[in-house]
Write a protein that binds this ligand. Sequence first.
Ligand SMILES: [Zn+2]
Length: 407
Amino acid sequence: MSNTNDDEDNEPERQRRRTEPPPPNLVPINGGMLVSNEIRTFRTHCTLRDINESQVNSRVRTGKRYLDFQLLRIVLMSPNQPTIFHNRGPTKRGGGTESQGKGRMFLCRVFDQRDSDASGDLVYFMQGENNVNKSLFLRENKWRDNGTLTIGTYFRVLAPEYITQYLNNELPMIVSTRPAILMKRPVSVPKVTIRSLSVNQSRAYVLNGAQLFVQQVEAVDAVCNGNLCDKQRIQQVRSGKCGCYHFQQISKTGVVFNHSIVVTPCDGVATDVQSEITERTFTSQTFSQLYITKPMPNNVTLAQIQDTDEMDMISNKLYILSDYVNNHGGWTVIGWYRLGMVTDKALADENQTTYRDQPVVDTQVEAGETKFHIVSLYPTNPSFTSVGTDDYNHLLANRVNTENISF
Ligand SMILES: [Zn+2]
């Protein structure tokens, strides 16, 4: 379904859309008055194509439109290594480049309930020194820092502006002056098929019903005690510059669990391109809380838990969980992938440019290598989050109560 020909003269079409309910799968986290008023005002779903500058001469208006996204990764920009943007379109000098200084970039995928292919599209939101997107996550300040907004969170962007800049001439940069609305995780997320990419292309994927094989789980230093980063990419972000706005740089930041995992798509479609996805450094607080009740207390050190009976118990709970979910609907796996050829600072993995006073080390991605990243992993079957079901009870009964662990 396309809204590209939203024509102000087409009154029946507008009337129809006005009464069209929002997609049932995506609802605001806060159903409060402010939010529902906003939803009424900004009721028209649009697409990336609608806000592409090539559409400027059409009669498309962005003012009352919205686009939905899912946060996949936060990248910190470094003044030591400029980020390259390309301006496109008639209002810019075509082909120009700009570099930005410090700031954050949020890698997101488009979420479009009705368009699985569009839901594989990646975009960036930049928050830099030029104040662009400065209000993006300021609707509820606390949500940005208390873990409500984290890696994997869905959000609705109101009145996205026309796209004029592309990161590395590839990924569109999205701009909105309005604060985003955080949305609940959809009960079911449409599959986004993995497909062959051209060089330096990136896309998101969504697998449903995948099989999870946990090779190993081990405790590692948490590094950051903020919540925005979901403790992801701990192995890469050793300095604590993970993208969180507020975290205390204290000596004790607790431990999180690193997972070496393999996921296998089982629906037969994705296997044409990729038979399995291996991730040896998957850390995620959201994922860990499927088998532990709460994050490990901050006063537990790595030395206290490594190679202990408690660690064995935690590992075993995860093995039991993975097998159980494998046999009860499998796993939803959300992430992104890229076919690399040259060094790409913003998307680089290891040796990220996060060490303040150390030389920047580039990551060379092998030519022709498709690198897969996992950012979100949870049971596909909605019964696991539905109170009272067998699956829900199983999940609850088999988690390790981290508050009962004593050292
Ligand atoms: Zn963090």
